[in-house]
Ligand binder design. Structure first.
Ligand SMILES: Cc1cc2nc3c(=O)[nH]c(=O)nc-3n(C[C@H](O)[C@H](O)[C@H](O)COP(=O)(O)OP(=O)(O)OC[C@H]3O[C@@H](n4cnc5c(N)ncnc54)[C@H](O)[C@@H]3O)c2cc1C
Length: 409
């Protein structure tokens, strides 16, 4: 979610893109024609804006909230149809990769991109499974009033930010015009391993990826989430291995390997499905049991549970989501060594169990400076945003030869 990412221009029908005055602080902004943007009666689509209603705003921190938006008039026949159409059209994109929608500020006629969060985990009696609005299995005590087709966003009110502050200023039941979906990144079908470095609201695409991988047996994702404020990661637990690396005499061939063994590397990672992962409270936070967990932390935990319900891969390798939390306010930052440690763990597993097929991905999402620091600036070529050369910390990491691919979101 770089500033360049904020600036990506997608040629769309019925849209006038005016770049004049659109470059502010390194960002190019999308300006829209006043007439004909709002097309009442259409399901969410990339060409025209569809009015949604804010049905809830759930504070995450003093600067960010989770907004739930719904197609209006959901109780009326035609609109129910529209809601269903919208939900169906999103089913596919929810399985493919990272995507966004644009929200419009009507007075200024500008729009910004926002990343839908996976459907809220739905509370259910006991520990049984429930099905979310997009057919996903969910499990956690959140968001009781969710309806099919609802879109949820984690939105931070940026200092002097036009659209984000406009959205935060709107009371419940206000209308917000949305357009989309816009694919941002397609996960390779054979993806096996993901390290996701997320800055701030960059956690939203990380959650999208986790949501997809939770349905792909044997895939794993480790999220390193760096926020500015510690309240956003409150109660978050770091799933990091606590024991020393396994010695070579404990190595076993994959065929001999007992996935439920306590000494298995997968479990040492916290990926085992029967074993309780070893947790440490997020740095700078008190033990999670003693504090109310932040809304996003709760949702990440619910995503972890989704992985545990997914059948294992053909090689009996448990899939999983693990997390590490860092807050600037605590002077804790994700460092290259944190990423290197995860890469090393994967490399050790490959040594032990043999090189596995499948793509290994490092994804980075967050504000401009965050992306630049890790992987260098994205670039613009021919009016299109491209990845640009690999820079930042990763310029000095031997990632490619180790079989990792990097993508700046
Ligand atoms: C694909 C995509 C998905 C996105 N998803 C989300 C999302 O899920 N949630 C979310 O909150 N945002 C998301 N963003 C960012 C969002 O589109 C806006 O850029 C953001 O809300 C700021 O817009 P604004 O109009 O309020 O600020 P602007 O008026 O555009 O900017 C005001 C000032 O704030 C600075 N600024 C803007 N954004 C940031 C930032 N993130 N960090 C530091 N300084 C900043 C600008 O440089 C400028 O100086 C996404 C962006 C993209 C491209």
């Amino acid at each position: 979610m770089t500033r360049a990412r904020f600036a990506s221009i997608r040629p769309t029908r019925g849209l006038i893109i005016c770049l004049a005055g659109g470059v502010i602080g390194g960002a190019t902004y999308r300006h829209f024609q006043t007439k004909g943007d709002l097309e009442d009666g259409d399901a969410l689509n990339p060409q025209t804006f569809t009015p949604y209603t804010i049905v809830s705003k759930q504070p995450v921190s003093s600067t960010s909230s989770i907004f739930t938006l719904r197609c209006p008039d959901v109780d009326h026949g035609g609109a129910i149809q529209r809601q269903k159409e919208s939900d169906q059209s999103l089913q596919e994109i929810w399985q493919r990769g990272v995507w966004s929608v644009q929200a419009k500020q009507p007075q200024l006629q500008i729009a910004r991109s926002y990343t839908p969060l996976p459907p809220a985990p739905v509370e259910q009696e006991g520990d049984s499974n429930v099905t979310s609005s997009n057919g996903a299995q969910n499990h956690a005590p959140e968001s009781q009033n969710q309806q099919p087709g609802d879109l949820r966003f984690l939105i931070r009110a940026e200092k002097n930010g036009e659209v984000s502050n406009y959205l935060h200023s709107l009371p419940l039941s206000s209308t917000v015009a949305l357009r989309g979906p816009f694919p941002e990144f397609e996960l390779p079908p054979d993806v096996r391993e993901v390290i996701f470095i997320a800055g701030g609201t960059g956690i939203a695409p990380a959650m999208q990826v986790a949501h997809i991988l939770a349905r792909r047996p044997g895939t794993r994702i480790h999220i390193l989430w760096n926020t500015r404020r510690k309240d956003e990661i409150q109660g978050g637990e770091n799933d990091v291995p606590t024991g020393p690396p396994l010695k070579s005499d404990t190595r076993r061939k994959l065929s001999d390997w007992d996935p439920w063994s306590k000494i298995s590397r997968w479990n040492a990672f916290g990926f085992g499905q029967n074993e309780k992962p070893s947790h440490t409270p997020a740095r700078g936070t008190v033990k999670s049991a003693e504090v109310e967990k932040s809304v996003v932390v709760k949702e990440l935990e619910a995503l972890k549970k989704q992985f545990r319900r997914t059948p294992q891969g053909t090689d009996d390798r448990p899939g999983g989501l693990t997390t590490e939390y860092f807050a600037d306010e605590d002077h804790k930052f994700v460092k290259p060594k944190d990423v290197a440690r995860q890469m090393r763990r994967v490399a050790e597993e490959e040594e032990d169990f043999g090189q596995q097929s499948g793509t290994k991905l490092i994804l980075i999402s967050g504000p401009d400076g965050f992306i630049d620091l890790w992987a260098g600036k994205k670039a613009w070529i021919g009016g299109r945003e491209v990845q640009g050369p690999l820079g930042g910390y990763f310029a000095n990491f031997n990632v490619v030869s180790r079989g990792w691919k990097i993508w700046k979101l």
